[in-house]
Design a protein. Sequence first.
Length: 133
Amino acid sequence: GADKLRLQPDHPVTRMQLAVNELLSRDSVALDEVWDLLQAPPFGLPPSPIAIALFGLLLRECGSGFYYSDGVTSHSLDLTKLAQLIKEAMDGKVGKMLQRSSQEERRFCELVRGIFVPVEPALVYSTKAALDA
């Protein structure tokens, strides 16, 4: 029963998933970088139909809640688009990024960060000392 569903830590697919998850833990990652990782030792996936299926399985969590970008625009990612991007990456096309936030969300965060610049501690103390005087 449940024993069959438990992940086997030494299984190659489990190790692939851990390596892919490490890349996906960043805010953005190039899809071709993920494919390069899977082609390199110790995994050595060749471009093949089974590799496409495995690549899709390893990226299945990206089919919902992720975005893809070409560096200029970003769009919500769905499973159909993810399958297309996987095929493109395996065909050698580069430049598509998987992202946890959209370009607009990133720009908004940069804007907010610019508005609320952290104040230097020395400035806070000197201002407090001036007010106490």
